[in-house]
Design a protein around this ligand. Structure first.
Ligand SMILES: [Mn+2]
Length: 398
């Protein structure tokens, strides 16, 4: 049996002022093509289907089209809700969809849905575990009566979180699950596992590893299809994050794609990267303003149509740079300056100047040096000095 593992679609996500629906549509089409080419017997979607608990209409339409195409192709889908999804909204109509081969997680009530899949002469049990916090587990299992009455599942105050770690909560959840023995057991799960590497666009506040789950809890499963982290990575051979299908932050430059899981005679996983040039992506360009707007640079740059972070190598700000650059690069998301680095940064400023001992112009010069990694030019220092004298005089009424 062959299964295609994807996660973190974040449909409806925006990057600055730009909507990414066109890119997301192209990526979903690629998933469908890949599933057909690889003769996949099912798709595992490990959470964060949408970017928000109340997704924009366009995102819902996009996912609806994906589901319809999958049913036309006869490829079953197994999906869970992630921390960005509303578990209630995601599970809407799920019992009806079951008949069409679309299997979606339910709101956690102490039990985890398990769906049987017979394909390729094999039997698999797919367990659909939605994203959970310890507070949800305590409430569902009646471990904490104080929290049990709260109806709203999102943003519950985790005041008593210390009374149960994520690992302890997940241990409770797993201990309630039944793993049939007449087939392989596959778990879909949207959690942060101990030792995994985070990315910028996950937007999950990081405080130590309290919210991390120990992978050893999942040793009873033949394969664990993880979502939540946006970088494709393996925790063990058979416990993997597929990562998001596209970068959502400029620091995310590692390859994006999906994992093909072949269960025939043991579990074998292959990472299938999204082909380069399939859709617009995120890129960083750097250079002087004159270089970046020059025709020769633009003609040789493969990223003109991509979402851009531009690093201007200028020591002084260029007026209206964003507006001017946006004329030649239609998707500038971020603009920052990169100053020519000083030959010896330590020579430029005292690393820890005692501000009490410094004159106002020395404070300014030190701040300038830190910001620009180069010393304040003498002419500018004179100007500051003159300004400070004028202002000082004015303030003192001289
Ligand atoms: Mn995510």
């Amino acid at each position: 049996m062959k299964l295609l593992h994807i996660s973190d679609l974040h449909l409806g996500r925006r990057l600055g002022e730009f909507r990414l629906l066109e890119e997301q549509a192209a990526l979903l089409d690629w998933v469908l093509r890949t599933a057909a080419e690889q003769h996949a017997d099912g798709i595992l979607l490990a959470g964060d289907i949408y970017d928000r608990s109340v997704p924009p209409v366009e995102a819902v339409t996009l996912f609806d089209r994906f589901l319809t195409r999958l049913t036309e192709m006869g490829i079953p889908l197994f999906a869970i809700s992630g921390n960005h999804d509303s578990p209630e909204r995601i599970s809407f109509g799920s019992r009806l969809f079951d008949g069409q081969g679309i299997h979606i997680s339910q709101v956690y009530d102490g039990t985890v849905r398990c769906v049987r899949l017979d394909a390729g002469g094999e039997r698999a049990y797919v367990h659909l575990l939605p994203f959970l916090k310890p507070v949800h587990v305590r409430a569902a299992l009646g471990l904490d009566t104080a929290d049990a009455e709260s109806g709203e599942s999102e943003e519950l105050p985790d005041t008593a979180a210390h009374s149960m770690t994520c690992t302890e909560a997940m241990a409770e959840v797993v201990s309630q699950m039944v793993l049939p023995e007449d087939g392989i057991n596959i778990l879909l799960c949207h959690q942060f596992l101990v030792g995994a590497v985070r990315s910028e666009s996950e937007e999950v506040p990081l405080v130590g590893t309290l919210d991390a789950v120990d992978a050893s809890l999942f040793s009873g499963f033949d394969y664990v299809a993880l979502g939540h982290l946006h970088r494709a990575q393996q925790v063990t051979d058979t416990i993997r994050y597929s990562g998001a299908l596209m970068p959502y932050a400029f620091s995310e430059t590692e390859p994006k794609g999906c994992i093909l899981v072949d269960t025939d005679g043991g579990i074998r996983c292959t990472f299938l990267p999204v082909p380069e040039g399939l859709t617009r992506t995120l890129a960083t360009l750097s250079g002087t303003y004159d270089t970046l707007i020059s025709l020769s640079f633009r003609e040789s740059c493969p990223h003109c149509q991509d979402y851009l972070k531009i690093l201007l190598e200028e020591d002084t700000p260029v007026p209206d740079a964003m507006a001017k650059l946006s004329v030649v690069y239609p998707r500038v998301v971020q603009l920052a300056y990169r100053h020519s680095p000083a030959a010896d940064p330590t020579a430029v400023y005292d690393p820890l100047p005692d501000r009490e001992q410094l004159s106002p112009e020395q404070v300014f010069a030190s701040f300038y040096a830190r910001q620009n990694e180069t010393a304040l030019p003498d002419a500018d220092l004179d100007y500051i000095r003159a300004l400070l004298t004028e202002e000082g005089d004015a303030l003192c009424g001289r």
